[in-house]
Structures are given as structure tokens and as C-alpha cells.
Design a protein around this ligand. Structure first.
Ligand code: CA
Length: 504
């Protein structure tokens, strides 16, 4: 689960960095006509200057930084509602790359792209001189469209929008290997991966987090709303963390996983790893957030905190015990540890990519080599190429996306970004989401996520004792459409995964 409130803090941090270098760029030779400055035809596509676009809120034109094209650029993206809207036009229906040539005012920033009122997700910029920031494969019908660049983290300057036809999608990205990285993987793990690989590119498995299992709140409301159960049950080892168990936490997640597997389903686990008690600085139950701990992962992984290293091994042992119960019961697990690391809100991501990768590999080696866990399909969820631990530790790549409320776009840009973390491409899944995307748009865009797995609580259920569907994030009609879609696989459509043919 991603904690969205933190993005506000990142914006605040950027306030300190108002002076920024924008180096002169080698400007392309773009011809302009004096009377019609809003749009320019270049060899690569159409160019629309931000200073000629409709800007609202705090957004205004400036010329003090170097490297812009046209007559200026816009600045002032500092609070919700600050936006710049381009009216563009394309000749033919199809996919277009939207390049928001921009510069950061200090570090990595993400801002929203909205086309004709539909939020397509975010584009990122880290460079502090005007650089490309591309939203890939936006579908546009022939004619005029409104493309809005809107404040999310803010703290960028925007020079222009370049619109170019997208390259054809390389469908070989769906031909993923079914061979697991652990050569001692159990037959049931191999069967599950074979099934996922066989279906990848043509269908999408439905998934839902539900902390009380198949008969828990979230599964129940989805079933009542759609008449179907999700194919995948998402669970969390959080309450097995020793520093929570010490405070009285208990969990039946392992038993719920076995039950769902025996009912023909697939299980995935994350682990909100509550840091060892020694490192907790506020309420013990916040011990997975950076702000609830003072753990220095880099020091531990560098050998400067040997006690800390031993404490982490003890925590790993506690989770291994649960995974061994699942292995003994024949349950393969889509295992997604150390999630959303690059976001920096969880302690395992707070010491940077190197320490995180060392911990990820330690965890892999402990569970695989020391505990002999061969029922795991390793879902890496670091969400940044620099945090990728290596092909030998990753079976599947997961992205977590919370685009807001009732946003049904396929998130194809993030999908393709994840596809390109490594080559040849691994399977890419939407390991957590708020809204459920429209499967029709996923097919159209080629964003064939192997599965989705909606987070629990408010994302589907109202917070009351009586189980009721909460349509704040996904309207009932869209949920039904998704669960009834021909390309979406629900629990009743899964084959017998204990006899499924293992792919060579
Ligand atoms: Ca400009």
C-alpha cells in the first residue's frame, strides 16, 4: 500500500530549491511562423509551445532560464489545480507519444497528464535542464484534443509539448519465459508460472487484497457486486513481523492462503515488514514506515550494525516459518517482498538502491538456500530500473499504481516502462491498484498486465460492519465490466493448477 500523503512533503522539500540551473540546450532548428506561434510542424511531429497554451492557477510565463524554445516557458506548478492545457489536433486515429519538454526545479518530480478530461497517469522529470518527459501511447482519435499537464508534485518548468505518432508495439514483450529463477522450484510453482506465461498477453487475471481471505469483506463485496470471485487473493505477512507479534498481533493469513488454494485460487503475499523493536521510534504499528523507525539499512548491510543484521535474520526466520507451512501444503506463492522500495516511504527503501538490493538478495538467499523455500515466484516491486537486483532474482515485475478516483485508463506508459527494466522482457503485473482499469482499454493500448490486485479496505468496501461496496474508486458498472470481460480471468475460470502442464 502506497501512502499518498507523502507526496505533499516532497513538494515542500522542493521549495528549498527554487534556484535551479537550466543549461542551454542545443536547440533543434524548428521553423516558426510569426502569426501562428502555437503549433509548429517539425520533422518528428507537432510542437505546441507552453507559453501559448491555456494556463491556470499559479502557472505563468517566464523567460529567465536558458534553453527554451519559442518565446518562453511556463512555471508556477505549486499546488493542486495548477495546470497548462494544450489544444492539439491529429489527422488520424492512433497512438501518440506526448513529450512534455520540461525541467525539474530539484530532483525527481511527477506530474499528471490528462487528455480530454481523462487522467492518463503521470510523467516524470529529473533533469534540471529542459529534457524529454514522455507519456507513451496515448490513444487519440482524429481531430482536436485537450492535453493538460497538471500539478501533482509540481516544481517543474514546462517549455513545450511535442506530439509524435508512437512506434508500433513490439508484441514479443508478451513472449516471456516460464522458467523460474529458482532451479529447485516446486512443480506447483512451475505449473502456476507456466499458466501465467501461457495467458500473458491475451488475458488478465483479476485479483483482490482481502485480509480475511476468500470470505472476508473485500472478496464478499466483489462477489456480491459481480457474481464472481477474483482469481488471485492478496494477503500480507505484516502481523507475523516479530515486533508486532510481541505487541499481541495475530494473523490467519497463512490459513486463508491454504484455504483459497484448496478452493482453486492463486495467492500473492506482500510483507509490510515491521522493523525490529529496537528501531521503532513511534507507535509500534507504524514500524514499516520510514517515519516510524530509525533503522539505518545501509549501516546494517555494510556490516556496521551486526546486531541489526541478526535482528533482520530473525525477522526473516519468522516469515520463512509461514512460507514453509504454505510449501508443505503445496501452495505456490506470488511473493512480493520489500515493495515500493524506490518510493522511499518504507524503511527498506530509505537507504537508497544499493542497500535495498543487498537486502533483497539476502532475503532471496535466506529463503531459497537456507530455508529451502521452492514454492515462491519472486515478484520484484522496486519500481525503478536502478533498484533492479538482477535477472537471477526476479520472476515477475510488479508496479503499484493509485491514479486517484474512477480513473480507468490502462496505465500503458508505466506498463511499458516496467517492460523495459530488463531485456528480454519479464512478465509485468499491476501488483497493487486503487481503481480497476477498463480491460477494453488495456487490450486497445497493449497494456496486458498479467494480473491486477486491488488493495483492500476503502478501495472496494465501505468502512462499516455491514459489507457494502464502495464505488468511490471504481464504479459498480466498471467493476462488473471488468469481471465479466472475456479477457479477464476470474476464480471460476482457472484450470486445475495442481495438474497444469509445465512449460519447457
Ligand atoms: Ca516554449
Amino acid at each position: 500500500m502506497k501512502r499518498m500523503g507523502l507526496f505533499g512533503l516532497m513538494g515542500m522539500a522542493a521549495v528549498m530549491l527554487l534556484s535551479f540551473p537550466v543549461a542551454a540546450l542545443a536547440a533543434e532548428d524548428v521553423s516558426t511562423e510569426a502569426d501562428e506561434p502555437a503549433v509548429t510542424d517539425s520533422s518528428s511531429g507537432m510542437v505546441y509551445e507552453a507559453e501559448d497554451a491555456l494556463c491556470i492557477g499559479n502557472v505563468h510565463t517566464d523567460t529567465s532560464a536558458e534553453g527554451f524554445e519559442g518565446t518562453g516557458y511556463v512555471t508556477g506548478f505549486s499546488e493542486e489545480g495548477d495546470a497548462c492545457t494544450f489544444t492539439i489536433s491529429v489527422d488520424t486515429d492512433g497512438f501518440y507519444d506526448l513529450n512534455f519538454v520540461s525541467a525539474s526545479m530539484g530532483g525527481y518530480k511527477e506530474n499528471y497528464v490528462i487528455v480530454d478530461g481523462e487522467n492518463l497517469g503521470t510523467v516524470a522529470i529529473e533533469e534540471e535542464s529542459f529534457s524529454d518527459s514522455v507519456m507513451k501511447r496515448a490513444y487519440l482519435s482524429a481531430g482536436a484534443h485537450e492535453v493538460t499537464y497538471s500539478e501533482y508534485w509540481g516544481w517543474v518548468v514546462l517549455d513545450r509539448l511535442e506530439v509524435t505518432p508512437s512506434e508500433a508495439l513490439d508484441t514479443s514483450i508478451y513472449d516471456v519465459s516460464a522458467t523460474l529463477v529458482n532451479e529447485n522450484a516446486t512443480d506447483n510453482a512451475k505449473r502456476l508460472m507456466s499458466y501465467l506465461a501461457d495467458n500473458y498477453g491475451s488475458s488478465i487475471l483479476s485479483g483482490q487484497y482481502s485480509e480475511n481471505g476468500q470470505y472476508g469483506k473485500e472478496f464478499t463485496v466483489v462477489y456480491r457486486e459481480t457474481g464472481k470471485y477474483p482469481a488471485i487473493l492478496g494477503l500480507d505477512f505484516i502481523e507475523y513481523s516479530p515486533s508486532r507479534a510481541e505487541n499481541g498481533s495475530t494473523s490467519n493469513a497463512t490459513e486463508y492462503a491454504i484455504q483459497f488454494w484448496e478452493n482453486g485460487g492463486i495467492v500473492t503475499f506482500c510483507w509490510h515488514w515491521n522493523a525490529p523493536s529496537k528501531y521503532l521510534t513511534s507507535e509500534w504499528y507504524n514500524g514499516f514506515y520510514v517515519e516510524g523507525t530509525n533503522i539505518d539499512l545501509a549501516a546494517i548491510m555494510n556490516g556496521e550494525d551486526e546486531e541489526g543484521y541478526q535482528l533482520l535474520l530473525e525477522d526473516i526466520a519468522a516469515i520463512a516459518e509461514q512460507l514453509l507451512i504454505l510449501q508443505d501444503a503445496g501452495v505456490p506463492v506470488l511473493w512480493r517482498p520489500l515493495h515500493e522500495a524506490s518510493g522511499g516511504w518504507f524503511w527498506w527503501g530509505a537507504s537508497g538502491a544499493e542497500a535495498y538490493k543487498q537486502l533483497y538478495i539476502l532475503l532471496y538467499e535466506q529463503l531459497t538456500d537456507v530455508y529451502g523455500l521452492n514454492n515462491l515466484i519472486w515478484v520484484w516491486n522496486g519500481q525503478d530500473a536502478d533498484w533492479y537486483p538482477g535477472d537471477e532474482y526476479v520472476d515477475i515485475i510488479g508496479e503499484d499504481i493509485y491514479p486517484g478516483e474512477r480513473v480507468y485508463t490502462s496505465q500503458v506508459d508505466t506498463y511499458l516502462q516496467a517492460v523495459n527494466y530488463t531485456s528480454p522482457a519479464k512478465m509485468v503485473v499491476l501488483s497493487e491498484n486503487g481503481c480497476v482499469f477498463d480491460p477494453e482499454l488495456a487490450v486497445r493500448d497493449g497494456a496486458m498486465w498479467g494480473f491486477w490486485c486491488t488493495w483492500g479496505g476503502e478501495f472496494v468496501a465501505k468502512s462499516m460492519a455491514i459489507y457494502a461496496y464502495n464505488d468511490t474508486y471504481t464504479e459498480s458498472e466498471m467493476l462488473v465490466k471488468a469481471y465479466e470481460s472475456d479477457v479477464v480471468i476470474t476464480l471460476d475460470e482457472l484450470p486445475d493448477l495442481t495438474t497444469y502442464t509445465i512449460r519447457d
